[in-house]
Design a protein around this ligand. Structure first.
Ligand code: IPM
Ligand code: MG
Length: 362
């Protein structure tokens, strides 16, 4: 089959990690007989440099007309980059929010899995790690605080900023359905995370999630307050299967979950709409401080590409092969700097891509 993929390298380490993901996909194409065609799209700081805006209408159209989107990362150093001397809606991250909204990518799936080989890179004590953990964070991605009306103005001589957090029941229901669907393919446990002891939006969230749960009698649903969840993640991460939560809570908790996997450089993600269309990107940022040095970890991006094959193209065997190749490289002891521990061989970004590509088997 031929697949037409819009590739958005972005800024910072984006281009180097995306290059490795394409390298591995090309190898998958060779081994399994597929053709992956890439159309490069500018987004973020590089688009600001070229077009004055972080995402052009043409770029959005190219992404929309593709079979799926692979994204590296966008953004630079806030405070010391010309990209941030402009209105917030013209900064690199605004491009990311715009493409998520423009393509209706409301369901952000972020798996956090601890590879046995990375136990030494995990900051938790052994007794807390136990048998390890394997969870998926289902983050709502196009609503809530990040998309509500906002403004800053002087009120009675005092500078005042307002952000609004809105969810309607339909937005909650569709993400809850995604979470329960994925739980059915896993350990059948959904932990819905909210702040229902304070927020109206969370109380509606809880009510709608409970309604959806009625359609999934096999799935156990529990509710957890977000502050407690932040604590539970570092106290007993093994208890989680699927964490379902709203946009900002998911943003924060997924960074926390990624860190306990050993490195944020390991955490892949998929952002999906109602159908099988998705944008696949590592959960980490553009890491401008290490860009261009060939030391970034490309695994999160490679695992994101594997998610693309699985969720958008239904190529399960191919996705399995990519994940197995990652596993094998780690087992053989090749680690990038962020997951390095004694006794391993430290490799750079492009070498890591080579090693994984070489291990793609049918
Ligand atoms: C992420 C990032 C983005 C987000 C930023 C860059 C807008 O932190 O994908 O988690 O908050 O969604
Ligand atoms: Mg984030």
């Amino acid at each position: 089959m031929d697949y037409n993929i819009a590739v958005i390298p972005g800024d910072g380490i984006g281009p180097e990690i995306v290059r490795e993901a394409c390298k591995v996909m090309d190898q998958v194409g060779k081994v399994f007989g597929h053709q992956f065609q890439y159309t490069e799209v500018l987004m973020g700081g590089c688009s600001i440099d070229a077009h004055g805006v972080p995402l052009t209408d043409e770029a959005l159209e190219t992404a929309r007309n593709s079979d799926s989107v692979l994204l590296g990362a966008v953004g630079g150093n806030v405070g010391n980059s010309r990209w941030y001397d402009v209105a917030p809606n013209l900064r690199p991250e605004a491009g990311l929010l715009a493409i998520r909204k423009g393509l209706n990518l409301f369901a952000n799936i972020r798996p956090a899995y601890l590879y046995k080989e990375l136990m030494d890179a995990c900051p938790l004590k052994r007794e807390i790690i136990g048998e390890g953990f394997d969870m998926v964070i289902m983050r709502e991605l196009t609503g809530g605080l990040y998309f509500g009306a906002r403004h800053t103005e002087e009120v009675d001589g005092v500078m005042t900023a307002v952000d609004t957090l809105t969810y309607n029941e339909n937005e909650i229901r569709r993400i809850a359905v995604k979470a329960f669907d994925i739980a059915m393919k896993r350990k059948k446990h959904v932990t819905s995370v909210d702040k229902a002891n304070v927020l109206d939006s969370s109380r509606l969230w809880r009510k709608v999630v409970e309604e959806v749960a009625k359609d999934y009698p096999e799935v156990t649903l529990s509710h957890m307050l977000v502050d407690n969840c932040a604590m539970q993640l570092v106290m007993n991460p093994g208890q989680f299967d699927v964490i379902l939560t709203e946009n900002m809570f998911g943003d924060i908790l997924s960074d926390e979950a990624s860190m306990i996997t050993g490195s944020i450089g390991m955490l892949s993600s998929a952002s999906m709409n109602e159908s099988k269309f998705g944008m696949y990107e590592p959960s980490h940022g553009s890491a401008p401080d290490i860009a261009g040095q060939d030391i970034a970890n490309p695994i999160a991006t490679i695992l994101s590409a594997a998610m693309m094959l699985r969720y958008s193209f239904d190529l399960d065997a191919e996705a399995d092969a990519m994940e197995a190749a990652v596993q094998q490289v780690l087992t053989e002891g090749f680690h990038t700097g962020d997951i390095y521990s004694e006794g391993c061989e430290k490799v750079g970004c492009s070498k890591m891509g080579d090693l994984i590509a070489e291990r793609i088997r049918k």
